[in-house]
Design a protein around this ligand. Sequence first.
Ligand code: CP3
Length: 369
Amino acid sequence: MTQYAPLQNDTFLRACMRQATPYTPLWLMRQAGRYLPEYCATRARAGSFMGLATNTDYATEVTLQPLERYPLDAAILFSDILTVPDAMGLGLSFAQGEGPRFATAVRDEAAVDKLEVPDMEKLRYVFDAVTSIRKALNGRVPLIGFSGSPWTLACYMVEGKGSDDYRLVKSMLYSRPDLMHRILAINADAVATYLNAQIDAGAQAVMIFDSWGGVLADGAFQDFSLEYTRRVLAQLKRTGVDGQIVPRLVFTKGGGLWLKEMAPLDCEVLGLDWTVNLGNARALVGGSENGPGKALQGNIDPNVLFAPPAQIAKEVGRVLDSFGAPYQGSGTGPTHIFNLGHGISQYTPPENVAALVEAVHSHSKAQRA
Ligand code: CP3
């Protein structure tokens, strides 16, 4: 076992395990990003997004930047979901002002034949960053590791970049489901190996981003997304380097209609976007005192951050109140981790994030009084 400093703020991990906390913990998807001028400055020094992500010191520096500004309750590894297909040899690049792009897309059987679970040595820079960030955090808050879901990775691998209509990946899904299943099986095993290596490097929780699960038709979601998320979860390590349980979080953007089908997933937390009412989700999957259930994470609309601080506080109150007072006993019960319903926009004023964090902590303390 590796020795790290003892954890000073365990509210996030406790809430993941459906245990009581004195306030509702929060972190923000994409909390280290372009809305922070200090991130842009480090990115400029690194020269490119991949320059940032592949350099241990830079990756550590930008992971800690949002924590220097705001009292957030968790850190998330600075990296990207597309590092895995990059390690499969697809050639990832991020042009300034553009989204991600692969040099090679996976469009036919010959390309699928070449795919395999990548050698994890190619992703050594990610695991080194995890260990370096764990040391730099010095027990301040827990570190979340992450990966894309098999389906979400497949979207980028087949399209070769982001897409508005998912035409190419859905063409393959409907015309050659056999090829799509082969890609997803390889992705699932790659993602599981990748997340286990992050856990071995020091990650204290792991999150699977199924960002494009919600673009699938009912039926297709279950067969091509959920089934392979399940395959990842079945392979994950349960304890980390400190001997502690490593909670697993699954976020399907647009997945609110399938909550009941996600309830049996072997994970601790379900992430929700802003279309879902947290009270309804709690009733469906949140469980009861000392019974099984999922902790819920989310789900304020990131665009709320463009309103003035008083409006932000009001919307924060609505989200916290829609969940209701979380479990406060000494066993387990329904709990909530506050987050955005999707990643923070690069145009967000940083001072508005301070207002949001303050409102979550103060309103959620008042909820428990
Ligand atoms: O949350 C964090 O602070 C940790 C870092 C993180 C990044 N990407 C950094 C990043 C995480 C968790 C991700 C996940 C990710 N990446 C997802 C899943 C979450 C989601 O948003 O749905 C997806 C779909 C990607 C793929 C990706 N990476 C896209 C579509 C883009 C371009 C979008 C944009 O905002 O330009 C990226 C680039 C990226 N990844 C940036 C950051 C901070 C911005 C790029 C830059 O600095 O040039």
